[in-house]
Design a protein around this ligand. Sequence first.
Ligand code: SAM
Length: 251
Amino acid sequence: METIKEGDYVLIRFRDKRYLKRVEVDKNFSYKGGVLQFRDIVGKPYGITVGELQIFKPTLEEIILYGIRRETQIIYPKDTFYIAKKLDLSEGKKLLEFGTGSGAATMVFSSSVGREGRVYTFEREERIFKTAKRNLERFGFTQNVVMFNKPFDPSEVGGIVFDAAFVDVREPYPYVEAVHGVLKPSAPVGFLLPTANQVEELLKHLKPHFGDIEVMEILVRYYKPNPERFRPEDTMVAHTAYLLFAKKLSI
Ligand code: SAM
């Protein structure tokens, strides 16, 4: 059975709050109800209750939501988990991504393409690039990720034919042809765009390079897990971004 070790990250649940913390034996976690000494949970299995706290092994979603340093707006797991499957990512695939931002989406893509796959990701801002690199290193996502601190430039990945591409930059329009040029025939591409006018502008640029275009957004509604008073949460995130997917046409 896997037990909690020094240096592990744990997900601590206290009432309706979640905290992602690194276990260091000489440190503790203070919360409204008391103090948890990390040395008291080392060697114990995950999924234990300590007083009012529940201690779990964090999932990828929790690492992204509670663990990474945010230098930019990140893409939330509700979107990236869907994007990864829509791009048909699986073991061994090669994905082109820009911009890396804080690396939240990169983590999901890295976990989707496995050991034999590769994510080639470009971030033009040095400060943001360094944060993404630290985030990926801290949670062990560097093995299959190749990072470039520069604007996307197809000559940097010359010779690689990609299985899919994902673009999350404010101005994707000038890159449509270059992305088309590095993809396999029929390969999927995804774009994330926060505003409707960006979607309209991108649609004008996609033809004749890409077909089978779909635009969507993902709304997630959480419910209060109370059997006596089961009902939706009072508030929800109404809009994160539009997702646009298309496939390469051979022209
Ligand atoms: N998807 C990221 C995540 O989940 O953490 C967030 C990406 S953030 C919204 C957009 C990033 O794209 C910014 O960090 C910006 O510096 C970068 N960027 C903008 N244009 C770029 C380009 N042409 N090449 C590479 N990066 C670019």
